[in-house]
Ligand binder design. Structure first.
Ligand code: HEM
Ligand SMILES: [Cu+2]
Length: 543
């Protein structure tokens, strides 16, 4: 179907055409156009993601055999710390909201830009500065941080490595996240086009809205917590030191009060992407629009109350363990509501298996596996067995990479043709998807099994009995790695040389498909008036 919409001539370059006030690089890093800022985010996030992937491949290479394979233990500790910090704070948290939220949110609601364009640019600058500091922590001070991305005390206070700079970097990155959230909340409230009622918001916008509230309310807690670690390191305040009346468990509470909700900052926008993509490729209105929209808010609210499930083995009262476990299971309900509604949307749909849908379907399957293994961790009795093993590493890669990562890939295959006006090679995209899907499961399923057998995480070495499964995982990481690099190669080639596409290559009914590809600087030639819902293909004249 899509090919029939392709146009023969090269696209008008829209907002990508350099403007007069600045030229070259400056026309990007000083731009207040939300689409340019979105692309700045996108390409910087992709760069960090590929760096993180390379580190992941190196971690797996070291674990190919017991004992030393390629690096010393201290280097290994630095590698998984940097891998975690990059993947969490530089890729998965800002990934979808900052890159794709900026690219499409204003267009989807019919606005010319976000509410505070300069603040938006500041957010990106803070992201870039924070990222530079995080990378700088490798080469300065007492050497690369070795605490893992969670910065647990007392180790993070005692280690002589450069934790202070890394913690400060995360503090700065938090500001970036908060400013993006504030901008989106205001934009969604104040800038919708005539006719764009709350009941007509695309589900991606609903998910960004729920996410933005978590960003604004929860991120300051992380900032304060890491600032306290910094103060403790510099001044020895003793807040977390029991010999001075402090409490290391308090750090864990504070850290997870942010970092569990952060899981929803990561995954809700991903769910929004999936909710937008499935109706388009099933050529059916979203089943249960209201339930999907409300479940985003329910997940954000309930998900903010479950942080204690990270601390079942840290020493909490039995009553606290019981309550946190129960609440954890409650979050499964709105998550399942979404999955059921996606599947119901696909049911009897006229399905085209284009690359965005392939990634969306992988999201559903892999995220479901991640969620179900999450219940194993949410039940205290089974958590005691697998806590801090590779089972946990398998679980969170299934949710974060299998979930949000796949949604990020789905989003870029869905929206980049709109932004650049050109299409990548769909066959190569499908092959890359296949490699990613197979490699992913070989890698992380092996980790889960070896974790259940008792292999702890964050360990440099292991007993010979675990060798087979570790080798299998490492081979999986190669397949996955090849798939990832092939995917980006194809995408980059497509943005420069791909076939020009028309305004609406997929046949979507949301507003971004009514403007040209690439969109003009102010998004629409004629201010849009919204007359139908986001998945009403009939009213949009597409079906
Ligand atoms: C090719 C891709 C990847 C590979 C091969 C890989 C591999 C690994 C391995 C082996 C570990 C375990 C280290 C340990 O606990 O001993 C790990 C940890 C981790 N990974 Fe990945 N990973 C990949 C992608 C990702 C992605 C996309 C994300 C985020 C969405 C991610 C987030 C994390 C985090 C947060 C940790 C924990 C680090 C820590 O314990 O401090 N990884 N990864
Ligand atoms: Cu959690």
């Amino acid at each position: 179907m899509a090919e029939t919409h392709l146009q023969a001539t090269a696209p008008d370059r829209g907002f990508l055409t350099p403007r007069e006030d600045y030229s070259g690089l400056f026309s990007w890093i000083f731009s207040t156009d939300h689409k340019r800022i979105g692309l700045l985010y996108f390409w910087s996030i992709v760069t960090f993601f590929l760096t993180g992937v390379t580190l992941g491949l190196l971690i797996r290479l070291e674990l190919f055999l017991p004992g030393k394979t390629i690096v010393e233990a201290q280097t290994y500790n630095a590698m998984f710390t940097l891998h975690g910090v990059i993947m969490i704070f530089l890729f998965i948290i800002p990934g979808i909201p900052a890159a794709f939220g900026n690219l499409v949110l204003p267009i989807q609601i019919g606005a010319k830009d976000v509410a505070f364009p300069r603040l938006n640019l500041l957010s990106w600058w803070l992201y870039a500065i924070g990222a530079a500091m995080a990378l700088g922590s490798l080469f300065s001070g007492g050497g690369a941080p070795d605490t893992g991305w969670t910065f647990y005390v007392p180790f993070s206070v005692q280690t002589t490595t450069n934790v202070s700079l890394a913690a400060f970097a995360v503090f700065i990155l938090g500001f970036s996240s908060i400013l993006t959230g504030l901008n989106f909340i205001t934009t969604i409230h104040r800038m919708r086009a005539p006719g764009m009622s709350w009941g007509r918001l695309p589900l991606f916008i609903w998910s960004l809205y729920a996410t933005a509230w978590v960003q604004v309310l929860a991120t300051p807690i992380l900032g304060i917590t890491l600032a306290l670690v910094l103060v403790e390191r510099l001044l020895g305040t003793g807040l977390f030191d029991p010999t001075r009346g402090g409490d290391p468990i308090m750090f864990q509470h504070l850290f997870w009060i942010y970092s569990h909700p952060a899981v929803y900052i990561m995954v809700l926008p991903g769910m929004g992407v999936i909710s937008d993509i499935i109706p388009v490729f099933a050529r059916k209105p979203a089943f249960g629009y209201k339930a999907i929209a409300v479940s985003s808010i329910a997940i954000a609210a309930a998900g903010s109350l479950v942080w204690g499930h990270h601390m079942f083995t840290s020493g909490m009262s039995d009553m606290a363990v019981l309550v946190f476990s129960l609440l954890t299971f409650v979050v499964a309900i709105p998550s399942a509501v979404k999955v059921f509604n996606w599947v119901a949307t696909l049911y009897k749909g006229s399905i085209s298996l284009d690359p965005p849908l392939l990634f969306a379907l992988s999201f559903i399957l892999l995220f479901a596996i991640g969620g179900l293994t999450g219940l194993v961790l949410g039940a205290p009795a089974t958590d005691v067995h697998v806590h801090d093993t590779h089972f946990v590493v398998g679980h969170f890669h299934y949710t974060m990479f299998g979930g949000t990562g796949m949604a990020f890939f789905a989003a870029m295959h869905y929206w980049l043709p709109k932004i650049y006006g050109r299409m990548y090679n769909k066959r190569i995209a499908t092959i890359a998807w296949g490699l990613i899907f197979v490699g992913f499961n070989v890698l992380y399923l092996s980790m889960k099994v070896v974790g259940m057998q008792g292999m702890p995480r964050r360990y440099y070495d292991y007993i010979p009995e675990f060798t087979r499964l570790n080798q299998l995982a490492t081979v999986g990481s190669w397949i996955l790695g090849i798939g990832v690099f092939l995917m980006f190669f194809n995408l980059i080639r497509g943005t420069f040389r791909g076939q020009p596409v028309g305004d609406n290559p997929w046949g979507g009914a949301t507003l971004e498909w009514t403007t040209s590809s690439p969109p003009p600087t102010e998004n629409f030639e004629v201010d849009p008036v919204v007359t139908h819902g986001p998945y009403d293909f009939k009213a949009a004249g597409i079906l």
